[in-house]
Structures are given as structure tokens and as C-alpha cells.
Ligand binder design. Structure first.
Ligand code: NAY
Length: 293
């Protein structure tokens, strides 16, 4: 389904100062992101702090996003990978009702599941709606890289359109792509997107795209145009920004970055914390002097 190809912000979630899900802050973040010229948004994922939210909150978030994107040409991929399949399916059905463009899901991750259990989870989820499903390889979240043969079997399931590949094992990405050339490959590490794009990814999905969306669109285009110098320049701006986020952690740092430019993004939800209280000022200063924006 090549209509999904392109660059997506892994949308951040808006919380009130009390910690509750906050529709106004979600709206502020989303409106800012929708102006970046990206292909779309990837909602309810790791960057969206979905691992820290209830299913009810995620359903409410889908409805806020549906209202904001109605009549807008942006594509919406709803991440629905929760610890239990019943919640994943209820989020998936809701995404279908809102006519979002695709689903995505982490592999089940609360226990050390067997390959068969992971396969079974994806086959049940893929069959639950008619939406295309983007599966997810992300060893830093699940603590184990999935075997190539398992990923191939999952990609062969009906309704599975592709994979979000967030691993530094780029040879594995290439082998997958060579063996399943008709599937879509999205790359999930912003700071080395260019490397995966030169190997032939169909797009990227990332946290820092919330702020640097335009830069990532340009970066992907520069790879497609074989402009090596521009590719390296843009990727190095993105790397400098990711480095700037490291002291706080990426999600709290991204919220500090958005606040510093006047977006009412609030703070990350506990147990994530902004270890570095001066982050907003520090990151704001960095952004003022960076060609990033
Ligand atoms: C998501 O919502 O699932 C993602 O944001 C995936 C992409 C991010 N990777 C992870 C594991 O969260 O954007 C990246 C990442 O934050 C960035 O490369 C900084 O390291």
C-alpha cells in the first residue's frame, strides 16, 4: 500500500499539570505538528507515552485526533500495541471507525513470549479490522530482536502492510526488504535515518519530527535526489538536536523544546521525569542558534 509512504511524526501526548490526559494540550501539540508538511502522524506510540496511559485515555486521544484531522490531508497511523490483545483490538476497532489510515503495534512485551505467541498476537490483531497493519521491530523496547524468519512470517499475514524498523541492524532490514519487496519499511531512529533511507526505506517515523518535521521531509527528499552533501548536512543538524535531548531523555526533552518555542505541550507523565530542570532554557537557546528550525 504505497499510499502510506513518507514521513510521520510519532506524536507526543498532551498532559495537564495534574498528570491527566489533556485535550487542549493534545490539540496544541497536534496543530503545531500538522503545520510541518509531513505525510502524517503516528499516534499512541512510545513517543506518545502510551505505555503510561489507560485504554480509555487512548480512545479519548483517538477521538481528539480524529476531530483535528478531519478534512486534513494528513495520514494517521494509530499505534494500538498494548500489553493485552483485547485492549489492542478495541483500540484497533476504534481506529477503523475513525477511518484512520493504518494500525501499528509493538509486539506483545509484558512477558518473554515465544515466537509462536508473538505470531499469534499479530495474526489476531491483523484480522480484527480491515486496516493495513504496520508491525514493529524495536529491541530497545522489547529486549529482544525478533528472528528474521519470524518477521517474514508476520509480514506474510493478510492485512500486514509493512514494518516500522527501529533497530540498528541495517543488514537485517536489507535482508527483510529483499525477501519481501512488496512491503513497506519505515525507519524509527531519527538520528540515523539517512543510513536506512539510502538502503531503501519507504519513510520514517520519529519523535523529533514533532519539532523538526520540515527538516526530515527535506532529508528524505535529499536522499531520493541522491544529494549526499545535503543529506549529511541535514542529518547532522538532527543529530545535534538529539544529542541536546539526551540529558533529559528524549520525551521530556521534546516537551521542553516545544515549550521553549511557545507550544503549550506540558510535561511528560511519571515515572518519566525531566531530570534537568533548566532543560527548557538550555534547549530553547540551542534552537535559537540552530539551523534546525
Ligand atoms: C514511537 O512512538 O513508537 C516512536 O517514536 C519510535 C521512534 C523513536 N524510537 C523510540 C524507540 O522511541 O524517534 C525515535 C527516537 O525517539 C529517536 O530516534 C531518538 O533516539
Amino acid at each position: 500500500d504505497s499510499s502510506l509512504t513518507g514521513m510521520y511524526a510519532a506524536l507526543l501526548t498532551g498532559f495537564a499539570d495534574s498528570g491527566a490526559f489533556d485535550a487542549d494540550r493534545q490539540t496544541a501539540i497536534t496543530k503545531y505538528v500538522l503545520r510541518q508538511g509531513l505525510k502524517g502522524i503516528y499516534i499512541g506510540g512510545s513517543s506518545g507515552e502510551s505505555g503510561l496511559m489507560s485504554t480509555e485515555e487512548l480512545l479519548e486521544q483517538q477521538s481528539v485526533i480524529a476531530n483535528l484531522t478531519q478534512g486534513h490531508k494528513t495520514s494517521v497511523i494509530a499505534h494500538v500495541g498494548l500489553p493485552n490483545i483485547r485492549d489492542s483490538i478495541s483500540l484497533a476497532k476504534s481506529a477503523e471507525t475513525f477511518q484512520f489510515d493504518a494500525l501499528s503495534a509493538l509486539p506483545p512485551h509484558s512477558y518473554p513470549y515465544s515466537d509462536e505467541e508473538i505470531y499469534h498476537y499479530y495474526s489476531e490483531l491483523a484480522a480484527a479490522t480491515s486496516l493495513p497493519l504496520i508491525v514493529y521491530e524495536v529491541p530497545i523496547r522489547t529486549s529482544r530482536p525478533l528472528p528474521l524468519e519470524l518477521l517474514q512470517r508476520i509480514l506474510d499475514l493478510p492485512n500486514v502492510a509493512g514494518i516500522k524498523f527501529t533497530s540498528t541492524d541495517l543488514f537485517k532490514l536489507s535482508m527483510l526488504r529483499k525477501s519481501r519487496p512488496n512491503k513497506l519499511y519505515f525507519f524509527g531512529f531519527d538520528e540515523i535515518f539517512a543510513a536506512a533511507a539510502t538502503l531503501g526505506c519507504d519513510g520514517g517515523i520519529g519523535t523529533t519530527y514533532n519539532l523538526l518535521g520540515r527538516l526530515y521531509v527535506e532529508l528524505y527528499n535529499s536522499v531520493l535526489e541522491s544529494n549526499l552533501q545535503k543529506t549529511q548536512e541535514l542529518q547532522s543538524i538532527s543529530q545535534d538536536f538529539v544529542e541536546e535531548l539526551l540529558p533529559t531523555g528524549v520525551i521530556p526533552g521534546m516537551k521542553a523544546a516545544l515549550r521553549s518555542i511557545g507550544v503549550d505541550a506540558g510535561y511528560a507523565r511519571g515515572p518519566l521525569i525531566e531530570q534537568d530542570k533548566a532543560a527548557e532554557q538550555r534547549i530553547g537557546k540551542f534552537l535559537e542558534s540552530s539551523p534546525a528550525r
